[in-house]
Design a protein around this ligand. Structure first.
Ligand SMILES: O=C(O)CCC(=O)C(=O)O
Ligand SMILES: [Fe+2]
Length: 270
């Protein structure tokens, strides 16, 4: 009789399962230069890089965006996604579209830094969001269509970016859009849920989050005109801010760079 996995002794079975689980972990950002940017805290796999772009580059990117973007105006923010266009022939995925040259430069830099795998998970999608003071994005998970992480470059104003506690039942299977909240759908958070980890995102900064931080902890930006520094703002001290300080927001523009997974064989997105 063939020897199936069910017949294996418990120890051997656990070994096989843990090997399989490893295959679903995002590949790490291996270069030692990432170490000082890792945020030690209750949520693993969050990296923050101050001054990833110089102020002149930030200004230049905002200038290009204002000149070339064709925003979809929403209640919570303006938005535009690059890297894909209409549906592919089978209707299950999207047609690949070239990124504008200025975005390719950023995407290539992130590839060189090991944030995206050049073959398995190349960054092929860039979402631009623009927020006026008082706008934000409700807590959400980016959903199973993107993997294994998100890289966010901030331009213009600062904002506070929140990660929420993970809830066991949250294993997003499909992707649906919540029209009212203007984010991917997920179950209502228990009333009064407070952020577990917050970060002040400065203009020119790069935030990268992977693993559980990406797959299970929702993230969001409060729709406020002024950000108050609470004790959850992990990097406040590094920036010279203290609990109780407040900062008035200006217009913020962000680039969310990700790998959009292929969903069919005819998918030209890959
Ligand atoms: O603007 C940001 O920093 C966050 C954007 C975001 O979470 C998203 O587009 O999924
Ligand atoms: Fe998101």
């Amino acid at each position: 009789m063939p020897f199936g996995i069910v017949d294996l002794p418990e120890k051997a079975k656990a070994k096989v399962v843990s090997k399989l689980e490893k295959l679903t972990e995002p590949f790490p950002m291996l270069h030692p230069s990432w170490v000082p940017h890792h945020l030690a805290g209750k949520i693993e796999d969050v990296h923050y890089v101050r001054n990833f772009l110089e102020p002149k580059q930030v200004e230049e990117f905002v200038r290009i965006i204002d000149k070339t973007c064709d925003w979809e105006r929403m209640r919570t923010r303006d938005t535009q996604e690059f890297g894909s266009s209409g549906q592919c022939p089978c209707g299950r995925s999207l047609m690949r579209a070239a990124l504008p040259a200025w975005q390719s430069t950023l995407v290539d830099a992130l590839g060189t830094l090991g944030v995206f795998h050049p073959v398995l998970f190349p960054a092929n999608s860039v979402r631009l969001n623009a927020y006026k003071p008082g706008q934000g994005i409700l807590p959400h998970l980016d959903g199973p269509v993107y993997f294994p992480r998100a890289a966010i470059i901030s331009l213009g104003s600062h904002c506070i970016f929140d990660f929420y506690p993970r809830f066991e039942e949250e294993h997003p299977r499909g992707f649906t859009w919540d029209r009212d909240k203007e984010v991917p759908s997920s179950p209502e958070l228990p009333a009064g849920t407070r952020p577990q980890l917050s970060l002040l995102l400065e203009p020119g900064s790069l935030l990268v989050f992977s693993g559980d931080a990406f797959v299970r902890h929702r993230h969001g930006i409060k729709a406020v005109e002024e950000d108050e520094i609470s004790k959850e703002v992990k990097n406040a001290k590094d920036i010279g801010l203290s609990v109780g300080d407040s900062l008035r927001r200006g217009r913020r523009v962000s680039l969310t760079i990700r790998h959009l997974l292929p969903r069919c064989n005819c998918s030209p997105i890959f």
